[in-house]
Structures are given as C-alpha cells and as structure tokens.
Design a protein around this ligand. Structure first.
Ligand code: CAA
Length: 381
C-alpha cells in the first residue's frame, strides 16, 4: 500500500494543521475546563468543509476521500479531542449512512444541510441496557397506517444536545423464535414526542456534549426510514465500520499531541544536571511512543484506503480502532509520567490527553468488541 499523500491530501493536512494550531489549540484547555460546547469551532469546521468531507459536493460535502478525512481528524483531535469527535460523529455516523442508504429526498433535504455544516447530526444506537450487545435494544417502532410510532430511549448520544437530526435504530419486528429485526430512521429535532435530557458529565472530552434522548409515542412518516425496513442493524454495523476509522484517527491525534508535549518537556526539564531527554529511561519511553503512534497510523490509513477502494474493511477498521485507542492511552500515560508532578496538574495538557484518550477504547465499540469482530473475521474463512 502506498501512503505517499497526494497534493490534495497534503493540502487538507496543512489546512487542518494550521487551523487547529491557530484557532483550536489556544482554546482547548478552556473548552475542557469549562465543559464548553465549541460552537465557534463547529462553525469554522463547517466553513472549511470538514463536517461532510467524504460526501459528494452535490450533497453539500467536500467530495474528498476517507484518507483525507482521517488525516484531518488527526490534526483537529491533536488540538482538541472534543472538537474531533463532534466532527467524527457528523461525518461518519450521520452523513455517511444517510448518503449510503438514504433516499434521494433524504439526501437533498437532510444530508445536504448536515454535510455542509448548517445543521448537525447524531447517531442513536446505544441504550441504557444495551451497549456492546447492540441487537438487544428495546426501543421499538410500530407501524400505524402510513407512519411509525417510536417508544424508547437512547443514551450517550454524542452531539445529542445540539443536533438537528438523529439517525435512530429501533426494533420493528419480533419473530416468535425471539429473533428481532431493526430499522433505521432519521428524525428531526422538534418532532413531537422526541425529547432530550440534560447533558452527561464525563471523565474527558468535556466539550463534546452527549445526552440521553427519549421517544414517547413519537410519530414519524414512512419517509423517515433509512435503508430497508428490517435491515437497520446492517446499516448500524456498516456505519460503525467507517466510524471506527474516525475514532482511530481521533486517538492518533491525542497520541500525537501527547508525544509532542512530552518531547518538548523532556528537552527543557532538567534533572541530575542534564535535560531529562538525555536519560535513557525517558528516551526509551519517547521511542516507544513514536513507534506505537506510527504503527497506529499505518493501520488507520490502511482501513481508510480500503474504504476508499470500496472493499470490505470491517476487520481492518476494528484493528485500527483497537490498536490506535490502546496505543493512545499508553502514549498519554507515558506523556504524563515524563511530566512527573506537573503532568498531574491541570496547568499542563498531559492530564487532558490522558482523560481524553481513555474514551477511544470505549465508544464506537469497546476494545473487547473490536477483538470479537477481528476474531470472527479471522475465523470465518
Ligand atoms: N457490515 C454489514 N453487516 C454486518 C456487519 C458489518 N460490519 N457486521 C454484522 N453484520 C450483519 C451480519 O451479517 C448479520 O446479518 P444476518 O442476520 O443477515 O446474518 C447481522 O448483521 C448480525 O450480525 P452478528 O450476528 O455478527 O451480530 P451480533 O449480535 O453478534 O453483534 C457486534 C455483533 C459486533 C458485537 C455488534 O453488536 C457491535 O458492533 N457492538 C458494539 C456496538 C457499538 O459499537 N456501539 C457504538 C455506539 S455509537 C457510539 O459510540 C458513538 C459515540 O459515542 C461517538
């Protein structure tokens, strides 16, 4: 696989890097400490075309490839992991499936404003009692004449408090043998019976607000169905194949920021009469961090380029997400260690990277779920 970036990919990287350094990084600590939704950054991401990067231009997107998206996600997340996941959810978990499975009308009326960033999307799969085992969801949609009536709740909905649309998954058929079928729906904010609670309080990614959403006799038209009735679980799984590339890229960004700040600190801080970077104990940590970061990036870019080729990338996305998220946590851990006591202080970004990295091992499928997916693909041949 050739990962020489094209001129366009280099331009995307430089644009994202420059924007992140000038407009996001100076605010990242304040966003984190105040748990502030970065509305002005979301607006700028929209202006740069970063909220629907791989969606064709006719539907408001950037018409770019997945590798460009992964590269931009890494740069934005290196500055602020909260901004990274806001971007990732809109791109991977809303725009991608609506483009892939939506009707022409959904693409014109819903995808176009979301991909261009005038509106924001979110993804409703997880429920209070159904996370890793996603098929056990209990939210139901019952057919009533020409419409569907939805009842249930979804939680940890990233972007939920600010989103204009949710891509929702509900049970639409239960066979006598207990087998269930699911269907995906796209539902606008403000639909009667669709409500949200206050935002969640989390260990990290404080600027990326999430919440629980509720559906109580929420009536939606048949035109809200995305894809085929009864095939919603496949829509969710195929969406997560792409989403995991986004989260792997977010993990890369956090890890890159941790390595950069650890390297700079190690050159400045002195102990035993020399900068600590001259101690082999520190050098070995930096060497491991750099090596794991490069390995994670190669896995992530491989998954992205397979997606760009239209090839099945379920296993490769899971491998990228598994390795990049766990490497990111290890790298952020070492970054904090290199900073010593200052790493434990909120005056330095090391503790934010440490908290932010941790979620990448959990959302869009825990590390345990990625291992299940990888093993299932390995053993099925
Ligand atoms: N693409 C297309 N179809 C797929 C697929 C894929 N990648 N994976 C599975 N399917 C299909 C299967 O072919 C199967 O189809 P048939 O019924 O026709 O045979 C069907 O889906 C069911 O597949 P499985 O039997 O493999 O399903 P399972 O119940 O064993 O579950 C699982 C598989 C991988 C564990 C899945 O439940 C899973 O991914 N769980 C984790 C959920 C998750 O990642 N949630 C994240 C929420 S979003 C989020 O986190 C966003 C955020 O905050 C930022």
């Amino acid at each position: 696989m050739n990962f020489d970036l094209t001129d366009e990919q280099r331009m995307i990287r430089d644009t994202a890097r420059d924007f992140a350094a000038r407009e996001i990084a100076p605010k990242a600590s304040e966003i984190d400490k105040g748990s502030r939704w970065p509305a002005e950054i979301v607006k700028r991401l929209a202006e740069l075309g970063f909220l629907g990067m791989a969606i064709p231009e006719e539907y408001g997107g950037g018409g770019l490839d997945t590798l460009s998206y992964a590269i931009a996600m890494e740069e934005i997340s290196a500055a602020c992991a909260s901004s990274g996941v806001i971007m990732s959810v809109n791109n991977s978990l809303f725009c991608d499936p609506v483009y892939k499975f939506g009707t022409d009308a959904q693409k014109k009326e819903i995808l176009t404003p979301v991909a261009s960033g005038q509106k924001l999307g979110c993804f409703g799969l997880t429920e209070p009692m159904s996370g890793s085992d996603a098929q056990t969801m209990v939210t139901v949609a019952e057919k009533d004449g020409d419409s569907w009536v939805i009842n249930g709740a979804k939680n940890w909905i990233t972007n939920g408090p600010h989103a204009d649309f949710i891509l929702l998954f509900a049970v639409t058929e239960k066979a006598a043998n207990g087998k269930v079928k699911h269907t995906a729906f796209v539902i606008p904010e403000g639909t009667p019976g669709f409500t949200k609670n206050a935002r969640d309080h989390k260990l990290g990614i404080h600027g990326a607000h999430s919440c629980t959403v509720f559906f109580e006799n929420c009536r939606v038209p048949a035109s809200a169905v995305v894809g085929n009735v009864g095939e919603g679980f496949k829509v969710a799984m195929a969406t997560l194949d792409g989403g995991r590339i986004g989260i792997a890229s977010q993990a890369l960004g956090i890890a890159k920021a941790a390595l950069t700040s650890a390297t700079a600190y190690a050159k400045e801080r002195k102990s035993f009469g020399v900068p600590i970077a001259q101690h082999q104990a520190i050098q070995f940590m930096l060497a491991d961090m750099a090596t794991e970061l490069d390995a994670a990036r190669l896995l992530t870019w491989r998954a992205a380029s397979l997606k760009d080729k239209g090839a099945r990338h379920t296993m490769e996305s899971a491998q990228a997400k598994l390795y990049a998220s766990e490497a990111s946590t290890r790298i952020a851990h070492k970054c904090l260690q290199i900073h010593g006591g200052y790493g434990y202080s909120t005056e330095f970004p090391a503790e934010r990277h440490y908290r932010d990295a941790r979620i990448t091992e959990i959302y869009e499928g825990t590390s345990e779920i990625q291992r299940i997916v990888i093993a299932a693909n390995l053993l099925k041949a």
